[in-house]
Design a protein around this ligand. Structure first.
Ligand code: PLP
Length: 403
């Protein structure tokens, strides 16, 4: 069997368009493809591989759990899930945890819980959900409709109703729209897919205050910003604004699929036995890996390291920009950073991405105008330097080709 990119077109549903290089091995912040080429990884599997590839502690947790107990369903509970939930509760505002397998499912649970909470507490009519343009919350029909890009939810028939979108960071817009009929406001404290756009502290505070005023729940989607990525365990901690419901996935599993919804006891009480569920959610394998990850990431050394590495990235990107003047802004926080292309290069982030891949650097885009970096939280400093040197080469090639 020829296991190559052509086989993808033969046998896979064509909803993705992966590049022709197929990774076969990863260690730390490096990847190797079938031809043995080595890549520096600034993408982290889209902000997932928080401890790089094959971190020994995670491999250990997975293999030990794999030799002990794999799956029991939620008819039973299991030790890794209980330990992980306890550690998440101890580390955050939350008092209760629901486990899922992905970010979308954590958000689906959050949205259903908010609707059920409002219906139970206030009766019918309090069902409006306010979210933001360019926001991204996953691909289930509810979450993709709450997401701020209509093109992702169009074309699938009737959508879940009473969902409205505002400009991100627009306090006046929210003041005008929110009312006692608002059930929840959902936002990313740092928009990832939408272009690495931070919520301003004033905005986050205003959202909190308006939600309180109208008894609406504030849902923070921290699927991309959470689990240490911004240099705080969760981004809400850095913003100083506490949500009512928080969702986590991506980095929390370090590469093993797991998601979590965190909330208070009072709100959680509205998911009674049978109200919601998942066959795999909270399975021993995922929870064992996430517990090992949390033990490592939730430490001053790692979180401080993220802030130091952010500086290395910022200084390096500014230096590249002094030579090429292709970025109008470096934004984001911790190791979720976006280099915004100047208007000359708008619409062309994909070309920079492809050129970087040619130089054996994996990075990401966030829309057509932003290069995004979401590497391992413990990427070695020398890998940052080597990767940035490759990025400079790639940019040089793109700019040469366009003159
Ligand atoms: C990736 C992402 C999701 C969706 O997570 P999946 O695991 O792909 O379902 C939801 N919200 C945010 C902010 C994300 O970045």
């Amino acid at each position: 069997m020829n296991v190559n990119r052509d086989l993808f077109d033969d046998v896979m549903v064509p909803n993705y368009n992966p590049s022709s290089a197929i990774p076969v091995k990863g260690r730390g912040s490096r990847l190797w493809d079938q031809a043995g080429n080595e890549y520096i990884d600034f993408a982290g599997g889209i902000a997932v591989n928080a401890l790089g590839h094959c971190h020994p502690a995670l491999v250990d947790a997975l293999t030990q759990q794999g030799q002990t107990l794999w799956h029991v369903s939620n008819v039973l509970t299991n030790e890794p899930a209980l330990r992980l939930a306890k550690k998440l509760v101890d580390a955050t505002f939350a008092e209760k945890v629901f486990f899922s397998n992905s970010g979308a499912e954590a958000n689906e649970a959050a949205l259903k819980l908010a609707r059920r909470y409002a219906a139970n507490q206030f009766g019918t009519g309090k069902d409006q959900i306010i979210a933001f343009k360019q926001g991204f919350h996953g691909r289930t029909f509810f979450t993709v409709t709450v997401g701020g890009q209509a093109s992702y939810s169009d074309g699938f028939g009737p959508k879940p109703e009473r969902i409205e979108h505002l400009d991100f960071n627009d306090i006046a817009g929210l003041e005008a729209l929110i009312s006692d009929n608002t059930c929840a406001v959902m936002m990313e404290p740092l928009q990832g897919e939408g272009g690495v756009i931070p919520a301003t502290p004033e905005f986050a505070q205003a959202v909190r205050a308006l939600c309180d005023k109208h008894q609406a729940l504030l849902i923070f989607d921290e699927v991309q910003s959470g689990a240490g990525r911004t240099g705080d365990l969760f981004a809400y901690m850095g913003l100083g604004v506490t949500p009512d419901i928080l969702t986590s996935a991506k980095s929390i599993g370090g590469g093993f699929p797991i998601g979590a919804m965190l909330t208070t006891t009072e709100i959680a009480a509205h998911f009674k036995v049978g109200t919601h569920g998942s066959t795999y959610g909270g399975n021993p394998l995922g929870c064992a890996v996430a517990e090992a990850l949390l033990d490592i990431v939730n430490s001053p050394e790692i979180l401080q390291g993220v802030k130091q590495k952010e500086q290395l990235f910022r200084v390096g990107l500014e230096k590249i920009n002094q030579t090429y003047q292709c970025f109008s802004e470096i934004r984001g926080k911790g190791l979720l950073l976006g280099a915004v292309l100047t208007p000359t290069y708008h619409g062309r982030a994909g070309e920079f991405y492809a050129a970087a891949l040619n130089e054996h650097l994996m990075c990401l885009v966030a829309g057509a105008n932003v290069l995004r970096f979401a590497p391992s939280l413990i990427i070695p400093d020398e890998d940052i330097e080597l990767g940035l040197a490759r990025l400079a080469k790639a940019i040089d090639k793109v700019l040469c080709q366009s003159t």
